[in-house]
Structure formats: C-alpha cells, structure tokens
Ligand binder design. Structure first.
Ligand code: FAD
Ligand code: SF4
Length: 565
C-alpha cells in the first residue's frame, strides 16, 4: 500500500475509534485535516429502490443520523433520506445571518393560539434546520442531565387541570446505560473524565449573580463541545460561532460524526435533497415503502423492511398525517387520535443586562454557563416542574434581531450602542403537554410538492405562565445581583426544541409509540426523534434523543435477529 493510502486508512480508523492515541507531534492542524478527510470520504454504496431488506431512516439530524450510524454498527443496511443538501465544514462561515439562510428550514408553516410564539412567529413557529446534520448544525450543544423524577411527571406533579400529563413507559434507571453511552459518544464535558470548559466573561457574571442569589449548583455547562480533542474532533477555540456550524470542528453534530461514520461503514446510503412525502403500508399492517421526491423533482419509491421517521416533530407529524389510508383515515399510526397532540417546546426566556465593564459576550461558547438550583419540582414556587438558567453570548446581529424583533427608536439604539457591555441570560423549563397544543394539516395551504403545510395551535398553560413569570423575576434578580444597571426582557423565539407529537405511552390509547419508539399500530414503523417524548422535562432534549436512538437501534437488531421484524 502507498504511504498516502496507509495514511488515509489510519485516519479512517482514528475517526471510527476515537480513543486511538495521537501520533507524537500530532496537534490541532492534523485533527482538523482528519475531520475534513472523513467528510469528503463519501462512499459509493447504493441500494436498489426495490431492495426491501433495508431500513429506511427519514432525516439526518440528532435522531436519524445517530440511528443510522448505530444500525450500521449492528450490521444493518440503511437508506437515509434527507430533504436538505449535503454540508461539509467548508460550507461554514462565521456570519450569523449567512448561516441562518443556509441551514434553516424555511418552508411555510402556520400557527394559531394565544402563545406569544404563535402571535409573533405565525409563519415560522419553529427554528429547525434542513440538511445533512439536521438541527445539530445550528445547535449550541447544551447537554444538561435529566432528573430521574422527570420520567414520572404524572405521579410526581399529580393531576394538573388542563394538562395531559403521563409517566414515561420506563424509568431513568432503565435507560441510564444508554444515556451514559450517548454522553461518551458526544463527548459531553464534565462527564466521563472530560474536563469542563474554562469560564468566559458572561459565565463569570452568571456565577457572581448566582452566588449572590444564594444558588450553589452552577458551572460552565456540560456541552457536546470539546474542551480537549476527542472523538476525532478538535478542542474549542472559544470564538463563539457555535450556531454557525463551528468551523473549528469542536462541536458534535451528526454531520461531523455519526453520518460520516455510517457512510464509511459501507452499509449506509445517504440520499440528500430527497423529501419523503408518504409512507405506504400493506394489508398486513406493515409499512412497505417510502415515496419521496428527489433533487430533480422526480417521484421515487424505496421499498423497506422497517421505516424510522426522524424528521423533527413538525415534519414527522406531517408525514404521518399525509400518509393516511382507508385503514388509518386520521393519519398513519393514529388509532389513538394522539398523533400531532401534546406538542411541547419548553418554557423559555431571554434577558440582557448592561454592565459597567465591557463583557464582549460573543467570546466563548454561546451557552457557556448553567445554574441548576431551580431545576427540581417544588410547588411552593406556584408551579409544577422546574427550569435551568444560564448565560448566553450572541453576536451583534443576532442580538439586534432577537432582543426586540421589531426594534426601533432611541431606547433600542441605546442598547445596541452598549453592545460591548451587554451580557445575555436565558432559562429553559418544562412545559406541560396539552391535547389541544397540536400540529394538524392546513385545510387549504399547500407546499411546493402540493402537500398541505403543517399548522400549529399553541396556548400556554397557566403552569407555563407562572413558571415564566417566576423565572423572569429570578433571572432579572440574578443579572442585577451581578451588577447589571438595566435589564431587557426579550420576547420568546421560535421553538428550537420540538417534542411530544407522537408520544410514548404504556397504554396504546394514550399515545402513539411504545417504550422503544415503535408504533403501537404498525410493528415495523418507528419514530426516532423528539416527537417520542412523553413530557418535555427541564433539560434541552438532544442528549435524550441520541440516547433513545442508540437504544432503538439495539432493539431493532434484536427484533430482526428474532425474525419479529
Ligand atoms: C439554534 C438552535 C440551538 C439549539 N441548541 C440546543 C442545545 O443547546 N441543546 C439541545 O439539546 N438542543 C438544542 N437544539 C435542538 C436540537 O438541535 C434538536 O433537539 C435536535 O437536533 C432534534 O433532532 P431531530 O433528529 O429530532 O431533528 P433534526 O435534527 O431537526 O433533524 C431532522 C432532519 O429531518 C429532515 N427532514 C424533515 N422532513 C423530512 C422529510 N419529509 N424527508 C426527508 N428529510 C426530512 C430535516 O431536513 C432535518 O435534517 C437547538 C436547536 C437550534 C435550532
Ligand atoms: S466557541 Fe463555538 S464555534 Fe468556537 S470552537 Fe467552540 S464550539 Fe466551535
């Protein structure tokens, strides 16, 4: 073998086996080359569209990308359909709006309801990505741990009027082994011997405010962003463009980890610019093929042994509703009537403070600190469940847009002039499932493929409103305790966490999926994204989505081996 051939082989092995030690003298530039070489290493495996032995995965984000990789590791052949284009690190630029344009899913949606999100962002109630890597291209990689009691929300919080609360069909203890594997896979800092990041200026303000408020449980935030080289990825350069893909390759995304590994296995064909529009089933209640529109606008059909949908809650729900049939007139896998219902997005808030000394909040990771003291359930605060708060560092252009979407006038410009002295804070809390918070098909509006667009109805439950009021007050107090001379409370953003529309349930009449994400109605149909969530819990959702995907892949392997699928 030639020397360059040997080098390529070594690089591939290192990419698949992250713990292979570096050669002496190998530093960051070599690692950077490694990530790029894996991205370019697109293999040639293709599957016939009539091959009904493959698992078809729809969506290449946190759920679908991870599932595809884990299935190939079990020796299972995968065809992955992704609606958006293929991205590599060469497509990333450190420009907030440029990358928003490139990454964001911009197809039309619609929202109604009394929630400020429905009011302010009726045409774009959710913020997700379209392309190789899904929303892990944009995500800021916060990975707080779930709290065991959050899997028993109905039992712990009790009956909450107007909410459709339920316990998850498993306990935290049952899934903890996969949870730890997800943390290792993603390289979450502060876990498994991986050090936490150093604190940036906004974190120092957060920590000072937290200390003065009497909080005790805060740090620089476990994130799937390398504090040291790990998993074939570089360590963080602390330059603050995490939401723009991360040109340094420090942030875990399925684009730079799961998908290249799946493709390099020779068992996964990723078809980008391929939009799944319908799933067909047979008379025996088994799904048989996926209809999709390819990049040339042609309709294609891919036969399948198993179909796994991971298109993020809006598109997963829309696809299943659009796949109605005489047997499932209300949408595929919807005999419970729960498909599309119980949509959750988290109760969120964003506050900005002006400080005497310069903060330069754009320096360092976007979400560089977390406070966990309010995360537990304590109904003496006037609401059920809890929330995390943390620091936030935005560049000038995103700050100008997000702090006041219709910003104008003297007060607004005085804030923008103070940009260098501004520090950002945010909170993220559990919102409750409501049957009426629901994604349905629009009665008249269609997309470019002639399919009805998804429409969301969203009202905030009184519990969400009470939590938000309390969290806003406490976060404001924290910013002031750290020295903020004035504080701006910003409106909520479109939802980047989308959960619950195909929820898991023990009882098939109360949900869409079983404890492994398999449809209660159709034995070879799975859902593999945040739509599975029974409740939203306080932590950001992606670590749990990845956990469930690893576990689901093993379940599929076992069922296939037993010839039950
Ligand atoms: C700005 C931002 C910041 C975030 N920060 C965090 C964070 O700090 N921590 C955290 O836990 N989470 C965060 N998230 C959320 C996180 O990105 C999502 O939870 C996660 O990516 C969801 O995974 P998924 O597999 O459900 O969907 P996605 O990752 O969105 O992937 C879905 C994929 O399916 C594709 N698709 C959709 N419909 C079809 C179709 N019909 N046919 C084919 N393909 C289709 C889409 O193009 C997309 O690529 C953030 C998100 C955003 C936008
Ligand atoms: S700060 Fe963000 S963009 Fe910069 S290297 Fe770290 S993760 Fe990547």
């Amino acid at each position: 073998m030639s020397r360059s051939g040997q080098r390529r082989r070594g690089q591939r092995q290192r990419a698949r086996h992250p713990r292979v030690p570096k050669r002496e003298g190998e530093g960051k530039p070599a690692l950077k080359k490694l990530v790029r070489s894996v991205e370019r290493d697109v293999p040639t495996v293709t599957y016939d569209r009539n091959d009904d032995s493959v698992v078809v995965v729809i969506g290449s984000g946190a759920g679908g990308g991870t599932l595809a990789n884990e299935l190939t590791r079990q020796g299972i052949d995968v065809v992955l359909l992704e609606a958006g284009p293929r991205f590599t690190m060469d497509d990333f630029v450190n420009d907030e709006w440029e990358m928003w344009e490139r990454f964001t899913w911009k197809d039309k949606r619609d929202a109604t309801g009394s929630s400020p999100v429905a009011r302010d962002f009726a045409a774009a109630p959710t913020w997700v990505c379209k392309g190789y890597g899904g929303s892990t291209l944009h995500w800021t990689a916060m990975c707080p741990r779930v709290q065991p009691h959050e899997f028993r929300a109905r039992s712990v919080y009790g009956e909450v009027e107007g909410a459709n609360l339920a316990d998850w069909p498993f306990t935290f203890e049952e899934i903890e082994p996969w949870y730890v594997r997800a943390e290792k896979k993603m390289g979450v800092t502060g876990r498994n011997g991986i050090p936490l990041h150093p604190g940036n200026n906004v974190y120092k303000l957060l920590a000072l405010g937290a200390k003065r408020m009497g909080y005790r449980d805060y740090d620089t935030n476990p994130t799937a962003i390398n504090s040291v080289p790990y998993g074939g990825r570089n360590s963080c350069d602390q330059i603050g463009f995490c939401m723009q893909g991360c040109r340094s390759g420090a942030k875990w995304s399925t684009m730079n980890s799961e998908l290249p590994a799946a493709e390099a296995s020779g068992r996964c064909e990723v078809r980008t610019r391929c939009m799944a529009v319908r799933i067909e089933h047979d008379d025996r209640n088994r799904v048989r093929e996926v209809v999709y529109i390819d990049g040339a606008g042609e309709t294609q059909r891919q036969r399948a042994r198993i179909v796994c949908v991971a298109a993020n809650a809006f598109e997963t729900t829309r696809l299943l509703l659009n796949s109605e049939s005489s047997r499932f007139p209300d949408g595929l896998a919807n005999s419970s009537g729960q498909l599309g219902r119980n949509y959750m997005r988290h109760t969120t808030g964003y506050l900005y403070g002006v400080f005497e000394q310069p903060v330069h909040m754009y320096r360092g990771r976007v979400t560089g600190g977390i406070v966990r003291d309010e995360a537990g359930h304590d109904d003496s605060r006037g609401f059920a469940a809890g929330y995390f708060s943390g620091s936030l560092g935005l560049g000038l252009t995103f700050l100008a847009a997000f702090m006041n979407p219709r910003g104008w006038g003297r007060e607004y410009t005085s804030w923008i002039e103070d940009y260098a002295h501004i520090g950002g804070f945010h909170f993220n809390g559990e919102d409750l499932p409501l049957e009426t918070n629901r994604i349905t098909l629009h009665p008249t509006e269609k997309d470019d493929f002639g399919l009805p667009i998804p429409t969301l109805h969203l009202d905030d439950h009184p519990n969400d409103i009470a939590m938000k009021r309390y969290a806003n007050e406490r976060t404001r107090a924290l910013a002031e305790a750290a020295g903020a001379s004035r504080v701006w409370v910003a409106p909520p953003l479109p939802a980047s966490h989308n959960m619950g529309t195909c929820r898991m349930s023990r009882d098939p009449e109360r949900g869409v999926l079983d404890a492994f994400g398999r449809s209660h109605d159709i034995e070879n149909l799975f859902v593999s994204d945040g739509s599975q969530f029974t409740t939203s819990m306080a932590p950001n959702p992606t670590l749990l989505i990845v956990t469930l995907a690893i576990r689901q892949a093993e379940h599929i392997r076992d069922r296939m081996a037993a010839r039950e699928l």
